[in-house]
Design a protein around this ligand. Sequence first.
Ligand code: GLP
Length: 257
Amino acid sequence: MDVVIRQTPKEVAQLAAAIMARYVSEGKNIGLATGSTPLLTYQELITKHREGLSFANTTAFLLDEYVGLPEDHEQSYHYTIYNEFTQYVDFADGAVHTPDGMNPRTEEAGREYEAAIEAAGGIDIQLLGVGTNGHVGFNEPGSSFESLTRLKTLHPQTRRDNARFFGSLEDVPIHVITQGLGTIRRAGHLLLLATGENKADAVARLVEGPVSAMMPASVLQLHRHATVIVDEAAASQLQETEFYRFVDANRPEWQAY
Ligand code: GLP
């Protein structure tokens, strides 16, 4: 796992966008994440689009969706990613996919999403955030590392964390459909971003703690190409920062970011 520490959230976003842009410019498939963390990265990508980067040959897959929110609900992830990112760039019609949270047959919705990813040739780079309890996508603690897209019940902590986007805690859906950890593991490159003090504990556990289903983000330790980019605040509980900074400062030119 490559751990990169940057001073500010903006510098995290600039590096993340530069990495994503390489994939986009080659027409590769990208995996998108919602939450507040990637927003600055999306803004950087929008700027790159205005400077000439085209998304016209890229297919995108979102990590997860709330069950029971129609696509046009302003808190559905389908709407959120459109509102915050995809409407400002030039994806082809139908190129941005979200799990179908309105299909009452959730197993079928999961299977269809897996089939769509496979039909597109897989996800080349998957952008990830991390929940304060270590979830990725909506894979809460206890999720199998082999799991595929399926229904999950949100942890009460996740519902409290996400209540800020809804009117009240009661309005936060209880169920979601999320790519599984097995789905995420199949992506060619995992790019996890975390910023702010409130992510410091999760970052330390995912990077340096034991691999455990109780810490879903630790699945990155099993991946052949995982990059974790954090700001100083999110890095504040890591033990091996001297080493991560040394690696970064002495990166061979062909590996340079
Ligand atoms: C949400 C999303 C995750 C996201 C995480 C952290 O619930 N399902 O994909 O990474 O929680 O969100 P934030 O970046 O707002 O802290």
